[in-house]
Design a protein around this ligand. Structure first.
Ligand SMILES: Cc1cc2nc3c(=O)[nH]c(=O)nc-3n(C[C@H](O)[C@H](O)[C@H](O)COP(=O)(O)O)c2cc1C
Length: 223
């Protein structure tokens, strides 16, 4: 696939087919992502690829913690979002939720249905493969830049293999449970998860097309 096509065909998929993904494809995506740049080439990432029973165990552990209320004790390790939203970001953020729930026929005040849809995150939206990307928390904030580049390489690389993805920060709230399941070392911090598989093209949630700013809106050319 041509690079531009891979870039513009990447979008977040929230319903995957149960179709198995060949291990060679996952390996090829990771082999490509290995070339992501990082400051001083420190390559500060680690990836856990989960499938089958391990993936199911993680899902069940998270869902149980939600049902039991244990989730209330879980604290995020880092802020991905601001505590107070403001424009223009708040409108962009709302637009995604609004469109997604509209496609799923979930009304704004149907908190139960919204919650259920949110929990689909923890079922990896039906994807057969999940990834957890971690870094050493002793590194500096700048390391998040490296991780972002690495993760985007996975997302775009997946397009080259005919696969789709969804980056999922939703998992990070459950880092203590995931850390236990994956045996993180003492300083390992969960940064993001990625669901990966084949798109279910019949799913309404996958009809979501978020607005993207034309580059002229975020670029200043100077001479
Ligand atoms: C780091 C990161 C974390 C994300 N976490 C989630 C998540 O937990 N659940 C989810 O449904 N989407 C998640 N998304 C997807 C975003 O909502 C999505 O990228 C955004 O709406 C733009 O849509 P697009 O990916 O289709 O271009 C995440 C995206 C990124 C980059």
């Amino acid at each position: 696939m041509e690079t531009h096509e891979a870039l513009i065909s990447r979008r977040s998929i929230r319903r995957f087919l149960p179709t198995n993904v060949a291990k060679e494809k996952i390996e090829k995506i990771l082999a490509g992502a290995a070339f992501a740049p990082s400051g001083h080439n420190i390559q500060p990432w680690h990836v856990y690829v989960v499938e089958g029973e391990k993936k199911e165990k993680i899902t069940n552990t998270i869902i149980e913690s939600i049902k039991s209320g244990e989730v209330k004790n879980f604290k995020q390790e880092f802020d991905y979002y601001p505590t107070e939203w403001f424009e223009p970001y708040i409108s962009r953020r709302r637009a995604v939720g609004f469109e997604l729930y509209k496609l799923l026929n979930i009304s704004r005040d149907d908190y139960e249905a919204r919650d259920k849809q949110m929990q689909e995150n923890f079922y990896f939206f039906g994807a057969p493969v999940g990834m957890f990307v971690t870094m050493d928390r002793r590194l500096a904030e700048g390391t998040f830049i490296d991780l972002g580049m690495f993760i985007q390489s996975i997302l775009v690389g997946a397009r080259g293999e005919g696969l789709h993805t969804c980056g999922q920060v939703a998992f990070t709230r459950f880092h203590t449970l995931i850390s236990r399941e994956l045996n993180f070392h003492e300083n390992e911090m969960l940064v993001c998860a990625v669901s990966i598989g084949y798109e279910d093209t019949s799913a309404p949630e996958n009809q979501l097309r978020v607005d993207k700013l034309p580059f002229e809106k975020f670029t200043t050319f100077l001479k």
